[in-house]
Design a protein around this ligand. Structure first.
Ligand code: BGC
Length: 753
């Protein structure tokens, strides 16, 4: 980046480093530096003409409310994520917005997180692929993205000050890779740091996170911005490369920066670097503005929503057939729940009402639609009123061939800013579902919820469950499409639905206490834990049904390098209707010195097949698909040993597998007196020399004893060398140890001492 800053004063440069107001940077008109407009995001454009805020309080100008990330995550379809990214970019451009604040690629650590609706998945492979597709397509249209919230922002409770205490391997393997992929592959114009602390240090001045990892390891060259109001120490932030403070501080922190430079506490070069990055942002071309194609984008929102719906259960109740009576029940059929609360809240251009959309499709099919509200969302509703609504619904259900209950959570129950405390549906809805199921011939439940809900009390009573999550403004039409089979459902769970909240691995450590949340489950997040601990779940990660059936065959796994492979598999549509299938490839291994999850998603692809059609799908697994993060080497390591490549229909169900024997990385660890006897003996160079030396030095009696007791070494294997020597009266000469320790740093074949 060659940006000439010599014509700017220190004050001017510092002024660039914080916002002018809620959503824009400061211009320096004399120097030709324009203001950059930043706007939420991410599943639509929250453009506010007056009264800006980041809590969803004030209204905004209408824009298309596309399905939020929770839905797009369930699509397992990067093409849909890209279509949303491109459309949001066009709408952003129409408002003169330069930077769209999103996507959020944080991992769903706990199903309670109030903002799970804004995140894609509990798995970084999936989140990373979708986030990358979204950002690349968005930026292709002109505006820039802001991938957020970097990093370890996995809860809303105390989000502005809690310390996420996460070990290094877990950060590298679980919480960082989605950001890493977006940064490396899609090069987002900005990265938004999170509010929280990571291992005690606020993200907004976390040098390890922003310098070592983001810019060092991943080569990021764009602008780091703060989440709104995340800055606690501006000067430390500049030192850590946190370029732009948002929303701004009325000049207070700009003056702090100037004072720090003048006082010799801050290197002016660091101010220059951040200023140059912000100028580069302002030099991006102003996106071309065109009016929002409202109908076209509404149709896109409907297509994406339909491609994201997950059919969880179906005992033949769906798709709806012709010439039947359908009772549509539940307040959400009239007042759809389609997005989450907070900064991402969109004022939609249109809003589909599910009941109307069902009627529209029923008309041509000889289907009679009856209706009942079933429950009220009014918290002041009396028990008598609830009973009356329930009775009315039961009567409608009893008179119909199929009852469809629209259930779910209201916006008041889940939003940015707070976490849920339960996974249960409100009891009035549970009572309603049970009563309807008891009275009707067939019951279908359609769910609208940003975070997963448990189903224990009613799951077995109903015939079909359609999980819509939050589907955006065209939710109603998309649900009607799936219920009538106009669209064959192809969504798969991007997060596990547990049987009970207590089964979730973060349960004992969420949302933390006294300012700290300990990520005690380590890398065993979501399905990684459920599969490893054999804990039963309601529906596993990756689960999703279709109106057709698919067969997977002819798996071939071909090693393409020392630590890479190509997976090839045939997929056939063996049913009667066209449909989409997701090939899910996991890797399972116990190789290496660390506890590996039972299996981990490493690649996936969604394919569309006509009835009877077969296609061959090829997916590449690179080194990272086999690697773990080694905390001794602070690097990725591929362990020597068997790695099973598994094609699964969900995280619990292996359809086919093939093992690879990988040579692994030639890792040679440095030996110290703290290293165990086992480490010394198993060292590839020192070990054989040591054994040879010890054998030579043995008396005949010692040799006889060693032979008689081949397991003798096991007792001392985990003993540090220091202690071993004390116990054995210096069995190994001190000079030999020194020589071996030296050798272990720079190994070459060695003789016995
Ligand atoms: C949220 C961000 C959002 C920002 C601006 C913050 O409170 O955490 O996701 O982009 O406000 O509205």
């Amino acid at each position: 980046m060659t940006i000439d800053l010599t014509h700017l004063t220190l004050e001017q440069k510092a002024s660039l480093l914080s916002g002018r107001d809620f959503g824009s940077t400061k211009p320096i008109e004399d120097a030709g530096i324009r203001s950059v407009r930043l706007n939420d995001g991410p599943h639509g454009v929250r453009f506010q003409e007056a009264g800006s805020d980041h809590l969803g309080i004030h209204g905004s100008v209408p824009s298309t409310c596309f399905p939020p990330a929770v839905a797009v995550g369930s699509s397992w379809d990067p093409e849909l994520a890209a279509a949303v990214g491109a459309a949001v970019a066009r709408e952003a451009a129409s408002f003169g917005v330069d930077i769209v604040l999103g996507p959020g690629v944080n991992i769903k650590r706990s199903p309670l997180c109030g903002r799970n609706f804004e995140y894609y998945s509990e798995d970084a492979q999936l989140s990373g692929a979708l986030g990358t597709a979204f950002v690349a397509a968005l930026q292709e249209e002109g505006p820039g993205a802001s991938v957020k919230h970097f990093a370890a922002n996995n809860q809303e409770t105390e989000r502005m000050r809690v310390s996420a205490d996460v070990d290094e391997r877990t950060l590298r393997e679980i919480y960082l890779p989605a950001f890493e992929r977006v940064v490396k592959e899609a090069k987002p114009a900005t990265v938004m740091c999170s509010y929280n602390r990571i291992n005690g240090v606020p993200a907004s001045h976390n040098a390890w996170l922003l310098i070592d990892v983001l810019r060092g390891d991943w080569g990021y060259e764009g602008v780091v911005i703060s989440d709104w109001g995340a800055v606690s120490d501006r000067v430390a932030g500049v030192r850590a490369g946190m370029d732009l403070e948002m929303p701004g501080s009325n000049g207070v922190t700009d003056a702090e920066i100037v004072d720090a430079v003048r006082g010799g506490l801050l290197d002016e070069e660091l101010v220059d670097r951040s200023a140059a990055r912000i100028i580069a942002l302002a030099e991006r071309p102003v996106p071309d503005a065109a009016p929002i194609p409202v109908d076209e984008h509404h149709q896109l929102a409907r297509d994406v929503a339909a491609g994201s719906i997950v059919l969880l259960k179906n005992n033949g109740a769906l798709p709806l057939t012709e010439r039947i009576t359908v009772a549509v029940i539940g307040e959400f059929a009239y007042t759809p729940r389609y997005q989450g609360g907070g900064s991402s809240h969109i004022n939609p251009t249109r809003l589909d009402v599910p009941l109307d959309e069902l009627r529209a499709l029923a008309d041509g099919r000889g289907v009679l639609v009856t209706e009942a509200r079933g429950f009220s969302l009014d918290p002041a509703q009396t028990a008598a009123e609830a009973a009356r609504l329930r009775t009315e619904a039961v009567e409608a259900a009893a008179a119909a061939d199929v009852a469809i209950v629209f259930a779910g959570l209201s916006e008041a129950e889940e939003s940015e800013g707070f976490d849920r405390t339960t996974l249960e549906l409100p009891s009035t809805q549970v009572d309603l579902i049970r009563a309807v199921a008891a009275a009707s011939a067939k019951t279908v439940v359609v769910l609208a919820n940003g975070g997963v809900v448990t189903m224990d009390e009613w799951h077995d009573d109903v015939d079909a469950i359609v999980e819509g999550f939050l589907l955006g403004q065209a939710a109603g039409g998309a649900i009607a499409d799936v219920l009538f089979g106009v669209v064959n459902p192809s969504g798969h769970l991007a997060e596990t639905i547990p049987v009970r909240l207590e089964d979730n691995p973060s349960w004992l450590n969420f949302p933390g206490e006294q300012g700290h949340v300990r990520y005690g489950e380590g890398v065993l997040v979501g399905y990684r834990y459920y599969t490893s601990s054999r804990t039963p779940v309601r529906y596993p990660f990756g689960h999703g049904l279709s109106y057709t059936t698919f067969a997977t065959s002819a798996l071939q796994v071909e090693q393409t390098g020392v630590d890479s492979a190509r997976v090839t598999v045939d997929v056939a549509n063996t049913g009667g209707v066209a449909g989409k299938h997701v090939v899910q490839v996991y890797v399972s291994t116990a190789a290496g010195p660390v506890r590996r999850p039972e299996r981990e998603l490493r690649a996936f692809a969604k394919v569309e097949l006509q009835p009877g059609e077969t296609t061959t799908v090829s997916l590449d697994l690179d080194r990272r698909a086999f690697a773990y993060w080694d905390v001794e080497l602070h690097d990725w390591v591929v362990a020597a040993g068997e790695h099973r490549v598994q094609v699964c229909s969900d995280a619990n169900t292996v359809l086919a597998e093939q093992a690879l024997a990988l040579p692994g990385d030639a890792v040679v660890r440095e030996l110290t007196m703290e290293s165990t006897v086992g480490d010394w003996f198993s060292h590839p160079v020192v070990g054989p020399a040591l054994i040879a030396g010890m054998t030579e030095a043995m008396t005949p009696e010692q040799a006889r004893q060693a032979e008689a007791n081949p397991d003798g070494l096991r007792m001392v294997e985990s003993m540090p060398m220091q202690q071993f020597l004390a116990f054995t009266n210096g069995a190994i000469p001190a000079e030999a140890l020194v020589q071996f320790m030296e050798l272990s740093k720079n190994p070459a074949p060695a003789a016995a001492w």
